[in-house]
Design a protein around this ligand. Structure first.
Ligand code: NI
Length: 171
């Protein structure tokens, strides 16, 4: 299937919770490959399965800057087992084009997940990678960046995204 369509807020499918992947089958691996292709084409730093309408606990991340070697990682059934410190990051999201928000996150996390081969691993991450992991994990819980905003900004962004969706629907 290759590049998938990324859902934009307020699409209700973004509120679905990513269900546990029981077995990492070739179909799951194909999904992971499509997610990578979709993320790079966007381009984005991370993509959760729920953002392409697949309610499974999977996300992919590549935090490498332009010109740096790939830092591509796959997280299946991810779980944060430890959090430390605090960091504020100006975040964006492929499901909220042109929207940015300063969000408080843990500065470092330890995450446990399965890779593309179904092998369990543990990873300690900080800075952008830690932020990206927490952002994508939010997606798998149906939590979106708008949920981290204050009431005024929330209303503005909701209206802006609704208007965008209406324009696309009538185009
Ligand atoms: Ni996002």
């Amino acid at each position: 299937m290759g590049i998938r369509t990324i859902l934009h807020y307020p699409d209700k499918r973004l509120r679905e919770v990513g269900k546990r992947v029981e077995v990492v089958t070739p179909e799951i691996q194909k999904l992971v490959d499509d997610m990578a292709e979709t993320m790079y084409a966007a381009p984005g730093v991370g993509l959760a399965a729920t953002q392409i309408g697949v309610a499974l606990a999977i996300f992919v991340i590549d935090t490498a800057a332009d010109g740096e070697p790939s830092a591509f990682r796959v997280f299946i059934n991810p779980e944060i087992v430890q959090k430390d410190g605090e960091i504020t990051w100006n975040e964006g999201c492929l499901s909220f084009p042109e929207v940015h928000e300063e969000i408080d996150r843990a500065a470092s996390v330890k995450v446990r997940a399965q890779d593309r081969d179904g092998k369990w691993f543990e990873l300690e991450a900080d800075d952008l990678l830690a932020v990206a992991i927490q952002h994508e994990l939010d997606h798998l819980n149906g939590v979106l960046m708008i949920d981290h905003m204050g009431p005024l900004k929330k209303r503005i962004v909701h209206r802006q995204m609704q208007k965008r969706a209406d324009e696309h629907a009538s185009a």
